[in-house]
Design a binder for this molecule. Sequence first.
Ligand SMILES: NC(=O)c1ccc[n+]([C@@H]2O[C@H](COP(=O)([O-])OP(=O)(O)OC[C@H]3O[C@@H](n4cnc5c(N)ncnc54)[C@H](O)[C@@H]3O)[C@@H](O)[C@H]2O)c1
Ligand SMILES: O=c1ccn([C@@H]2O[C@H](COP(=O)(O)OP(=O)(O)O[C@H]3O[C@H](CO)[C@H](O)[C@H](O)[C@H]3O)[C@@H](O)[C@H]2O)c(=O)[nH]1
Length: 351
Amino acid sequence: MSKILVTGGCGYIGSHTIVDLVENGYEVISVDNNSRSTSRIFEGIEKITGKKIKNYKVDLCNFDDTFAIFQENEDITGIIHFAAFKAVGESVEQPLMYFENNLVSLINLLKCVQEFNIPHFVFSSSCTVYGNPDKIPVTETTPPKPAESPYGYTKQMGEQIINEFSKANAAQCVLLRYFNPVGAHPSIMIGELPIGKPANLVPAITQTAIGKLPLMQVYGDDYDTRDGSCVRDFIHVSDIAHAHTLAIQFLEQGKSTKRCEVFNLGSGNGFTVLEAIKTFEKVSGVHLNYVIGPRRPGDVIAIYANNDFAVKTLGWKLKYSLEDMLLTAWKWEQRLKTDEKFYQSKPADLN
Ligand SMILES: NC(=O)c1ccc[n+]([C@@H]2O[C@H](COP(=O)([O-])OP(=O)(O)OC[C@H]3O[C@@H](n4cnc5c(N)ncnc54)[C@H](O)[C@@H]3O)[C@@H](O)[C@H]2O)c1
Ligand SMILES: O=c1ccn([C@@H]2O[C@H](COP(=O)(O)OP(=O)(O)O[C@H]3O[C@H](CO)[C@H](O)[C@H](O)[C@H]3O)[C@@H](O)[C@H]2O)c(=O)[nH]1
């Protein structure tokens, strides 16, 4: 059985991917320092899969501790690297913290890939690498634009580091560019746990609907889009998770013709912020308390994916609609309310 090391396994996408890997017969271990998450998420993973997952509470920026995980698990066959800081605004305020955490952890891992001859490496990238694209939908060959934030730079630099690494090493790599992952596992046993006031749209919607936030703002309705609000490609987190299993299988089956392959992971549909809100109101039956506010600096106006390459090459079939994404997110928010510690979602409360 293949053994996959998932970094950031207690996080939003990592936890859903662990479930998908286990359901597809993989043995999984996780490393997460819980700087942005709680290991309590494994209770949910265990309920869904019936499996206990071993997590190493290690900071990947500490090389010796990271190396020790590989010494203890010499049979690791692949790595899926999610662990990173991801808040765009915070990265503008604390750029060095972002460059250090996201890049040092990546380099430490790649040193271990080299040292222990790990054949397969999958990296969490982002559609942020396309910036404000000239033409939509974007394909994998759409030229990257300069990043809008230090966070964005860590994804662009991460891709470059892996590209160069793969030329000089035996490992084969896959870069997965996520669009906007939202929703929760259909069992509602795991989901997103934003820390503090959410910056992202869907947690802002669900927290407003439940009354945790009094009101939310739509950042701008004067863009050149069909209703004036920004366009995004929302994709269910479980669909994103399954693409990781497919990416590992793609590498294992020797189907990659390149040392480093890139895939867009989006639904292929663009919805506006206001359309997402209307869909939420429809599936939840809740009237959302929102106002139109000013534009948020740095926001991309409109982006969605051409996902043909992932669909054809990986055999990726999308299971969930926008309605499913928003309904599962809503059910998860309602479930969180029954658990005070999760509901508070401050780092100190989580662990
Ligand atoms: N969620 C999104 O909208 C989105 C979009 C595009 C790309 N991504 C990328 O996908 C990946 C996963 O995102 P997510 O939404 O699951 O984020 P998340 O914050 O929920 O999970 C990241 C996990 O990594 C852990 N971590 C961070 N730094 C670490 C370190 N130095 N050592 C060990 N663990 C560490 C955190 O504790 C957390 O559990 C990230 O790389 C993110 O940049 C996310
Ligand atoms: O309270 C809110 C929150 C968001 N929005 C709007 O909703 C849209 C989506 O915003 P998100 O913050 O949810 O997502 P982004 O597309 O801005 O950013 C996400 O996708 C990026 C890739 O483009 C990065 O990966 C980033 O980490 C990730 O948060 C934007 O137009 C934003 O202005 C609101 O109107 N109100």
